[in-house]
Design a protein. Structure first.
Lengths: 154, 106
């Protein structure tokens, strides 16, 4: 079966592409990015601010399983309904610099659509670090679990 | 056989990631590995078999004992894999799709 979500990241480049085909009309796909309540659900976050307009911005706050709060924010530089959103993204209180995101929403058929996220990072090194973050978190979770088990058996 | 996908499946499981981490510092026997998990011994054996098959672990015979150690070269390749990143976005987008389909059908 072909993968619905694809990552295209060439070696030595400071950008990557995330593409995804949806069984949704493009209008519904776009709504999922602009309705604060819906964003909160699928991004699993609190939406503190979401101004969908040129020169707008957003602020999200998530709570991790340990109860720590993490904030993410960005500027919505430019947007056009059912067509594109150009925005920045930054994780607050981390060493990761801001990244630039071009989101393009395309109608494929009346009931299907395609999203392309073109993300540009400050450097190749930053891109590669962000790419490996979920893998590292998986390893950390496994590590924490082992520590729990070891502590329990003492 | 798609070896890359086998490696992805191997590291997708938390117990197998735990095993990889455990033997990263020192080679261990199956029994010593199993003692670190709540899981039944045959289940741990199955995980070891999968990890060995996709070459993330290698077996070293020492007298009557078989020790498992990580295959450093393969592990380094895994560290570069972007599959967990793809999976994170795939999970998010699946959720988005499910939510919007429900709304649409209301």
């Amino acid at each position: 079966m072909e993968l619905k979500t694809k990552i295209h990241a060439e070696d030595g480049k400071q950008e990557l592409f995330i593409t995804r085909n949806f069984d949704l009309p493009v209008e519904l796909l776009f709504e999922a990015y602009t309705d604060a309540e819906i964003v909160a659900q699928w991004m699993n976050t609190n939406v503190l601010k979401l101004e969908n307009k040129n020169h707008g911005g957003y602020l999200f706050e998530t709570t991790d399983p340990m109860g720590n709060k993490h904030r993410f924010n960005g500027t919505i530089h430019e947007m056009q309904t059912n067509a594109f959103i150009t925005r920045t993204f930054q994780m607050e209180n981390t060493a990761f610099p801001v990244q630039l995101e071009f989101l393009v929403f395309e109608k494929v058929t009346d009931d299907t659509s395609k999203l392309t996220m073109h993300v540009i990072y400050q450097s190749v090194a930053v891109r590669d670090q962000i790419l490996q973050l979920p893998f590292a978190q998986g390893i950390n979770m496994a590590h924490n679990r082992i520590q729990e088990i070891v502590a329990k058996n003492k | 056989m798609n070896l890359r996908r086998d490696v992805f499946q191997a590291i997708a499981d938390p117990t197998r990631r735990g095993i990889l981490l455990l033997v990263a510092s020192q080679a261990m026997t199956a029994g010593a590995i199993a003692a670190n998990f709540d899981t039944a011994r045959p289940t741990v054996s199955k995980h070891l078999h999968i990890l060995t098959e996709c070459e993330l672990l290698t077996q070293v015979q020492d007298g009557r004992e078989i020790y498992y150690k990580t295959n450093v070269k393969k592990m380094k390749a895994v560290a570069d894999f972007i599959e967990p990143f793809r999976k994170m976005w795939d999970d998010r987008f699946n959720k988005l799709e499910t939510i919007m389909k429900k709304r649409h059908n209301k």
